[in-house]
Design a protein around this ligand. Structure first.
Ligand SMILES: *Cc1c(COP(=O)(O)O)cnc(C)c1O
Length: 429
């Protein structure tokens, strides 16, 4: 075995700190070499989401603003960084307007969609102690296709998430949701749209249940929040999903998805600012005085917030309209092309930038593997089996190439020339 400190260049691969500090140029070169195994952060042949390309100029603006605030700790915004407090308030104001919020609504910035959902459930839970005292062992009712962060939160909080088992018409099963409501129910969840199908639940029907039973309704618009308001202005028909629907109590919107901010920015919006008392956590009983936070995280970079404010200003409504228009045009081209290939079927009627397609006639996972072999990376759905495409602006350039390859790979799958070897699917690993 090699002894510690044998070489100047010894890195951390033997699970300990290098004995002496190392030259940054060498460390950097090593990191650059390590990056060669990574996929590029965005790629026209990749449809798996996770990164959202809004143009080189937008990336530059976001990164430059992030860099300006990279060392700021947003936890101390109200204490020492009034500029960050101003950015948060501006972003929340714009999002409330986009979600058709009534007077008296409010909101806060979180570090991501997951944190927004955690805080929505936590707030509803605290609210229920005043408004649903009969809920002794709180439960939330979650549609089949909603994001797993609802269940993760229930797990964290030691409460029960009752998840529906089906998505009739690729939407929430309203009848099953109503049957699941009991004295312990505090919240109903809905998606606008869901990640698996790109289709919005019938928010007005779920809102009617919420009003009838005196519950909290959270609408997860993590995906739709930066598409739907603009799609409507472009003339696309978008189902009712926002605060215009009475009964919608809170909405989550991810700014680090198609808002084009750097990672670490989402928002939780509340119909009524008075509900914030159920969201905030305050603690006094320790030596350092008041600890009070609206959201889950403590220390975090101010970079995300700064990038969001910069990009919202840089793009303005016009910039988002242009991008949404381009993505939705691209989606229509994909849909036409896919429908034109015999045996392929679109699952659900995509409303945003997610497309899910499969086949009753042949093995869609064989098609997925054939496409992967040609360098097209997408995700899968298991139920029903499908290929899941996540579009951004960069895909406008490759529609024809993709569809040509897809037609060829489908014929190979139909004739049995290619078969699938892997039957599983995963979201994040
Ligand atoms: C992305 C997403 C989330 C989770 O957001 P993160 O930012 O990844 O934590 C939640 N719900 C929906 C519908 C999403 O698309």
């Amino acid at each position: 075995m090699k002894k510690r400190g044998d070489s100047e260049d010894e890195n951390m691969s033997n699970s300990q700190l290098p004995p002496h500090g190392r030259n940054w140029e060498k460390v950097k070169a090593e990191m650059e070499a390590a990056q060669k195994d990574d996929s590029p952060w965005y790629n026209k042949r990749m449809f798996i989401g996770g990164s959202y390309f809004g143009g080189e100029d937008v990336v530059e603006v976001a990164n430059e603003a992030y860099q300006m605030y990279i060392n700021y700790n947003a936890l101390y915004g109200t204490k020492i960084f009034p500029s960050l407090v101003g950015y948060e308030s501006d972003i929340v104001g714009a999002l409330l307007e986009m979600m058709d919020a009534p007077m008296g609504a409010s909101g806060s910035i979180t570090t991501g969609g997951t944190e927004s959902l955690i805080m929505a459930v936590k707030t509803a839970y605290a609210w229920a102690r005043d408004y649903r005292p009969e809920a002794i062992a709180p439960e939330i009712v979650v549609p089949h296709a909603a994001h797993p962060a609802f269940d993760k939160t229930a797990h964290l909080m030691g409460i029960r998430a009752v998840r529906m088992t089906q998505s009739p018409d690729f939407r929430a099963d309203i009848e099953a949701m109503e049957r699941a409501i009991n004295d312990n129910t505090v919240m109903l969840a809905a998606s606008a749209p869901s990640y698996p199908f790109g289709v919005t639940d019938s928010i007005s029907e779920i809102a009617a249940l919420v009003e009838k039973h005196g519950l909290w309704l959270h609408v997860d618009a993590c995906h739709g929040g930066f598409i739907f308001p603009f799609a409507r202005k472009l003339g696309y028909s978008i189902p009712d999903y926002d605060f215009a629907v009475p009964g919608v109590t809170s909405i989550s919107v991810d700014v680090h998805k198609l808002g084009y901010a750097n990672k670490g920015v989402s928002a939780l919006l509340l119909r009524d600012a008075n509900l914030e008392t159920y969201q905030r956590y305050t603690f006094e009983d320790w030596p350092s005085g008041t600890y009070s936070t609206q959201n889950l995280m403590g220390s975090r970079s101010g970079g995300g917030l700064a990038s969001a404010w910069a990009v919202l200003n840089y793009l303005g409504e016009e910039g988002y309209l242009e991008r949404v228009s381009k993505i939705l045009d691209t989606r229509e081209q994909f849909l036409d092309g896919i429908r034109g290939i015999d045996g392929l079927e679109i699952w659900g009627e995509p409303e945003a930038y997610l497309i899910t397609f499969g086949s009753d006639a042949f093995d869609i996972f064989a098609v997925d593997e054939g496409m992967t072999e040609r360098g097209w990376l997408s995700s899968r759905l298991l139920d029903p089996p499908a290929i899941h495409l996540f579009l951004d602006m960069s895909h406008a350039a490759i529609v024809d190439d993709y569809l040509r390859d897809l037609a060829e790979v489908v014929s190979a799958a139909k004739s049995g020339k290619i078969q699938s070897s892997e039957k599983g699917a995963s979201y994040s690993r």
